[in-house]
Design a protein around this ligand. Structure first.
Ligand code: PEP
Length: 254
């Protein structure tokens, strides 16, 4: 049985005081939402403080990125062990802003995925097509290529410990949400892909979030789709009230 998973990606926003206040409010507000998994992903410099703020609550903490090497001369990078050390449970990998603004390839995301799994961090692996690719009818091909590249060499057992976030690039930070049926269609395709690559059980068991301008108003409709198992939320995760409304929409689905 898949659990609904709502995660907030704070991106490069908020200062330390605001991060701790938001994390504290989310932890308090999510206390009753036991049927839903909830996580916050602050800027890396605030991971430690946020992990302390949510300690003892059900809210998990995730990093927005990580590097695949264990240690060494990789200026500016953070390893999976460092993230675990400051209390992370999750790592967002291959977010479209990292793919498109910072040039990350499927090959790099694949190395990070293996490093996260080896350290027992749960990777949230993001995939999604651009508007141009969708309009050219290439959505399914693009998603297949990203899944095959980002998840190369991942075993069936490991796959059960990975979350996929379907985030159409044209819907991220734009206010243009995918129609619930559009999201559902890609989520169904993703399950078929996983079933082909692994087996039917894996296809049905993997948690697949939708991300792209999810907010307090549209969350319930998106989450009403049977194959949408949660949301990766950017802008609307920066206000506790909005984010907790999305968590509540997840609770209503369970
Ligand atoms: C995201 O950052 O993953 C995201 C989906 O952002 P937004 O909700 O702002 O579109």
């Amino acid at each position: 049985m898949r659990r609904i998973f709502i995660a907030g990606n704070w991106k490069m926003n908020l200062n330390r005081t605001e991060s701790v206040a938001l994390a504290t409010a989310v932890a308090k507000g999510a206390a009753e939402a036991k049927s839903v998994d909830v996580a916050v992903c602050p800027p890396s410099v605030y991971l430690d403080a946020v992990a302390q703020a949510v300690r003892g609550s059900s809210v998990g903490v995730g990093a927005q990125n990580m590097y695949f090497e264990a240690q060494g001369a990789f200026t500016g990078e953070l390893s999976a062990a460092m993230l675990l050390d400051v209390g992370c449970r999750y790592a967002i990998l291959g977010h479209s802003e990292r793919r498109h603004v910072l040039g990350e390839s499927d090959e790099l995301i694949n190395k990070k995925t293996h490093a996260a799994l080896a350290a027992s961090l749960t990777p949230i692996v993001c995939v999604g097509e651009t508007l141009e690719q969708r309009e050219a009818g290439r959505t399914a091909d693009v998603i297949r290529t990203q899944v095959e590249g980002s998840l190369a060499g991942v075993s069936a057992e490991q796959m059960l410990g990975i979350v996929i976030a379907y985030e159409p690039v044209w819907a991220i930070g734009t206010g243009k949400t995918a129609a619930p049926a559009q999201a559902e269609e890609v989520h169904v395709d993703l399950r078929k892909l996983l079933a082909q690559r692994y087996n039917a059980e894996v296809g049905q068991a993997v948690v697949i979030q939708y991300g792209g301008s999810v907010n307090a108003k549209n969350a319930a409709e998106l989450l009403s789709q049977p194959n949408v198992d949660g949301a990766l939320v950017g802008g609307a995760s920066l206000k506790a009230e909005d984010f907790l409304s999305i968590v509540q929409a997840g609770v209503s689905r369970t």
